[in-house]
Design a binder for this molecule. Structure first.
Ligand code: MN
Ligand code: MN
Length: 467
């Protein structure tokens, strides 16, 4: 009887798919490395909260590491490192490989924009002696999550003469923060009967920015006047300068360890900086790859990738053409031979809400980076659906590299779904597959990820770029 049981177990071990918790598979040394990597990630998250700040952070680091700005027609050889700054909001970085560029490049694409609240072009108003900014939310948010959260303000103002002011208020401990109000429960009976999407309406996401009037015996809009005077003294702007500004409100929270065991990180904007940062770091650490490595940190994913800093535009395609030209190679042929990891987060299984995911085909916290063959919604609509052959290749690269990984779909069939930039890259005739870190509470002001999964993402990008 005992023998038979052992036989069954042995056969199961041999034939069934296994996927253990990462901690059961990582050595203590690797867990320490993972911990150190995540310290760097938290510091990055507290420095770079919006796409412009990630762009500046990355480019400063690239210049320190000897990367030069790409010029079409430049002479390039193996080991050379170049970058493209796309309008201060997106970056391409590349390291020339030892193999002929005609064998294709290894691409990693991730996005550096996250859901947030953008200021309108006429943001400033006063109501009952409180000063406000009007907002239009950016990306898919549950609007009710954003009131009563400390907010910081980031972005730029362009004065009429073209000069630029960088804005970042609410991140330093001595800075003020900003705030959106919600109703007290005592008076919220009517509000609580609204449907959840309207619980807080878009036009109710008004940010409180001040309450002190300009000292005067009479006059209207004195709070607005005092605020404008303050802004004029500090930044030398007038109200019309908001017309040419991009101001973004994001949660002022810091990235921080979560749990008694500190195994997770809470932060604003893990989607998709939790893939961008590991891809960036992996690229820095692969100094002379076989295939030319190209990392794209793009903007505008959260609003559908349109616009000249989003991946529906031609900026990646043009770069690859120009890069091929440097080697007198055909751009189309280079793209056709190239392979891409489209690095974006996936929904992690949340035991509190088990019904939205199918438990055999979803990602779990601490089970590694999640490879997703197809995305899309309602019959895979809008997906690039990686071929079995390419999934097989990636599977081998990850397994041979000792990467902890899993597969998963975003949600049960017909329950919703979502897309990534994978389709736009695959549409360039490049083999592309989705891969990313599982996230809980995705798109909330404070999102949750597991440290071992961040590390697994870094390891996955590194072995892919080395392949
Ligand atoms: Mn994303
Ligand atoms: Mn997203």
């Amino acid at each position: 009887m005992k023998k038979e049981k052992n036989e069954v177990q042995a056969l199961k071990d041999k034939l069934f798919y296994q996927n253990q918790h990462a901690a059961q598979r990582m050595s203590n040394e690797e867990l320490t490395e993972c911990e150190q990597f995540c310290e760097g990630y938290k510091a990055f998250m507290n420095t770079a909260k919006i796409e412009r700040e990630v762009n500046a952070f990355v480019i400063a680091e690239l210049q320190k590491q000897g990367y030069t700005e790409f010029q079409p027609g430049m002479t390039l050889k193996a080991g050379d490192k170049i970058y493209v700054n796309n309008r201060g909001k997106a970056v391409i970085m590349a390291t020339i490989g030892t193999e002929d560029i005609r064998t294709g490049v290894r691409l990693c694409a991730a996005h550096i924009d996250s859901p947030r609240l953008d200021m309108k072009q006429h943001p400033l108003f006063e109501s009952q002696e409180i000063g406000y900014f009007k907002t239009h939310y950016y990306g898919g948010i549950k609007k009710y999550q954003w009131p009563t959260v400390p907010l910081s303000l980031h972005g730029v103002i362009i004065r009429k003469d073209g000069s630029k002011i960088n804005i970042r208020i609410g991140e330093d401990p001595e800075d003020p923060v900003f705030y959106i109000t919600d109703l007290l429960p005592h008076l919220a009976d009517e509000q609580m009967r609204r449907n959840a999407p309207q619980l807080i309406k878009g036009e109710e996401l008004n940010i409180v920015i001040g309450s002190m009037p300009f000292k005067s015996e009479k006059g209207s809009e004195l709070v607005k006047l005092a605020l404008m005077k303050l802004l004029n003294e500090k930044y030398d702007i007038t109200e019309s300068d908001f017309l040419s500004a991009e101001l973004e409100a994001v949660p002022a929270y810091k990235a921080q360890d979560v749990g008694f065991d500190r195994s997770m990180i809470g932060a604003y904007g893990h989607d998709d900086k939790v893939c961008s940062y590991p891809a960036f770091r992996a690229s820095l650490d692969v100094t002379t790859p076989k295939h030319t490595s190209v990392i794209i940190l793009t903007d505008k994913e959260e609003t559908g990738s349109d616009g000249n800093t989003g991946l529906k535009s031609s900026y990646l395609k043009y770069f690859l053409y120009d890069l091929a030209d440097c080697f007198h190679a055909n751009g189309r042929a280079v793209m056709r031979a190239s392979k891409c990891l489209s690095a974006d987060v996936n929904a992690g299984f949340d035991p509190t809400f088990p019904e939205v995911l199918e438990k055999n085909n979803c990602a779990y916290l601490n089970h590694g980076v999640c490879v997703t063959k197809f995305t899309g919604a309602r019959g895979k609509s809008g997906t690039s659906d990686a071929s079995a052959e390419f999934v097989g290749e990636v599977r081998k690269i990850l397994d041979d590299g000792g990467v902890i990984w899993q597969t998963g779909e975003l949600g049960r069939v017909d329950l919703g779904g979502g897309g990534t930039v994978a389709a736009y890259i695959a549409n360039l005739d490049i083999d592309t597959i989705d891969i990313g870190v599982p996230v809980l509470s995705m798109h909330a002001p404070y999102e949750l990820v597991a440290k071992t999964d961040i590390w697994a993402a870094y390891r996955a990008f590194k072995v892919f770029l080395e392949s």
